[in-house]
Each structure stands twice: as C-alpha cells, then as structure tokens.
Design a protein around this ligand. Structure first.
Ligand code: 13P
Ligand code: SF4
Length: 301
C-alpha cells in the first residue's frame, strides 16, 4: 500500500466511523486543517447542538467537549487530549455558586461557558465571550452573579445598568497581558488597530481599540479597511486569521500568549481517538439536564 499521510488516515477513519471533527480557533494549525469546522466557543456550541454525525471529535479543552456532550447527549463526544483542562473553568465550584445564591437571593446567576457542567447546572444562563452582554441584559434581575471570569464580568458591567457581582477567576493567558504590551505594540506598529479579548484586564481593554471574541476578531480583521492589527488573545488565533484574511498583517500582542492546554491536541492523538473512539466525555444525566437548560437559554437568545 502506498504511504498514507496521517491526514489521509484521519480522513479515512473519520469516514469509516461516521465522525465529525470540530476545533477551537486556538488549536495548532495541523489540527485546524483536518477539522470540519473551526470556531469560537459559541459557534462550536451551536454546531454541536445541530450536527448529524453520531461521533464528535472535539479538539479543544474540557468544558467545550462537556458542553457538546450536554447539548447532544445521544452522541459520542470525544476529547483527544484528556488532560486538556481550562484552569479558569476550575476556579469556581457548584458549592460556591450555591453559597453566592444564599448570600444574594435576588440575584440571577450567569456563568461563562468556561465552567464545569456542575456550575452550569447551578446557573440561570450560560454565556460566551461573544454574547455575554446580551445574555446579562436578557436576565430579569437587577443583580447578576457572574462566574468565574472577573475580567469578563467587569467588561459586561460597562454595558449594563444591572449590578454585576463578579467572581475572582481569570485566564492566566489573558490576565498577564499588560498596558505596557499595548504601548510597545503601538510603538512597533503605529498604524495597527489593537484588538483584545474580553478576558483581558480592564486597563488593557481601555488601552485597546476593540474587544471581540476570537471569531469576532477574525471577522473584524477581514471586514475592516485597516491593514495591520495587533491581536490580544491566545496566539493560535493568528492561523485562522491569516488564512481567512490573507491580505492583512496581524501581530501578537504578547509572544507569551500560549494556552498550553489548547496545544495538547495533535494529529497522532486525533488518529488514536478515531481508532479507539475514546476518550469519551460524559455528563451524568441529572447534571446534564440542568446544565442544558442554562446553555439552551443562551442559544435561544
Ligand atoms: P472564545 O469563545 O472567544 O473563542 O474564547 C474561548 C476561550 O477560551 C478564550 O480564552
Ligand atoms: Fe482557558 Fe484561558 Fe486556555 Fe481559554 S486561553 S482555554 S480561558 S486557559
């Protein structure tokens, strides 16, 4: 038999198994290339809810695959890198949310999609970076407990009259970007627009020109008349950005902006996952049912 590339093998296995591969914007380029769909958390959650295939290979981190498993409980959701955990998602527990509810009985609870299923199950609604303001505005409460990302919570607070009670979680990749990074980038690229993710600190958001989810950044770069952009998010985004907007020049805000968990998935792992149909991500039905209600409320907006 002629030498097959690993990409050929993955394509064959995917066909034989009736699987679909979806990948987050931060995945390594080789993984993005073999994926059927690449997107931000909201796009991938929406896709997972409507896919025809019985097997979903989710190239991303734990909470993303869990969200897919909650939305499509009859499907087999596989997470190739079983240790690809989002540290921010671990920064709040279901018990802590219950305690907050006791302390603020009139408040609604909005949880970022970067949370474990148990936290979603305790929340009224879920949100992503693409829709957090609209989600909070949709709530019929004047006070909103927002978990776990303090930076996203404070960003949302800029656009609503509701009182936001943010939790103190953060993403280590975005939280360590600084105003000095923005100043240096502006000096190096004076004509560039500076785009940052809402997981960045408030002062970094103040210093930037625009704030977007990962796919929102890609859309903005493609549609803006500008030619140069400084990108303040995990640097994996530069690959889909350059692919979709080849005429534009995009520079990372920080060379250190690497999410190690997003880089754990590679082609040999994807192939092994398709061969074994493991590791599968499952959520106990009593938790999944309550978590699904919070996610579906968001998707219905
Ligand atoms: P997006 O939903 O904007 O893709 O962000 C996901 C994430 O994990 C950001 O760190
Ligand atoms: Fe989690 Fe941050 Fe990695 Fe996103 S970039 S998956 S929030 S650690």
């Amino acid at each position: 038999m002629v030498n097959q590339t690993i990409q050929d093998e993955i394509a064959r296995l995917k066909r034989e198994q009736g699987a679909v591969i979806i990948a987050h914007n931060y995945q390594i380029p080789e993984v993005q290339e073999i994926a059927d769909l690449v997107g931000d958390s909201l796009e991938l959650a929406r896709a997972a809810a409507g896919l025809e295939e019985e097997i979903i290979v989710f190239c991303g981190v734990d909470f993303m695959a869990e969200t897919a498993a909650i939305l499509a409980p009859e499907k087999r959701v596989l997470l190739p890198a079983v240790d690809a955990l989002c540290p921010m998602a671990q920064m709040v527990t279901a018990g802590e949310v219950r305690t907050l509810r006791e302390r603020y009985p009139k408040a609604a609870v909005a949880c970022y999609v970067n949370t474990p299923a148990e936290v979603k199950a305790e929340s009224d609604i879920c949100c992503t970076s693409a829709n957090a303001v609209a989600v909070v505005e949709s709530l019929d409460a004047d006070q909103v407990i927002f978990v776990p990302d303090r930076n996203l919570g404070r960003y949302v607070a800029r656009f609503t009259a509701k009182e936001i009670l943010p939790w103190e979680g953060f993403c280590y990749v975005h939280d360590r970007m600084t105003v000095e990074d923005v100043d240096q980038a502006r000096e190096a690229h004076p004509d560039a627009e500076v785009l940052v993710h809402p997981e960045c600190r408030p002062e970094v958001i103040d210093a930037a020109d625009h704030v977007f989810s990962t796919s929102g950044m890609v859309r903005h770069v493609c549609s803006s008349p500008g030619e140069e952009f400084v990108i303040g998010t995990e640097n994996g985004i530069l690959y889909p950005m350059q692919k979709k907007c080849p005429g534009k020049r995009c520079y990372p805000l920080s060379e250190q902006a690497i999410c190690i968990n997003m880089k754990k998935t590679d082609l040999p792992l994807v192939r092994k996952t398709l061969e074994r149909l493991e590791p599968r991500v499952t959520v106990p039905p009593e938790i999944a049912d309550r978590a699904r209600a919070a996610i579906e409320r968001m998707l219905a907006l």
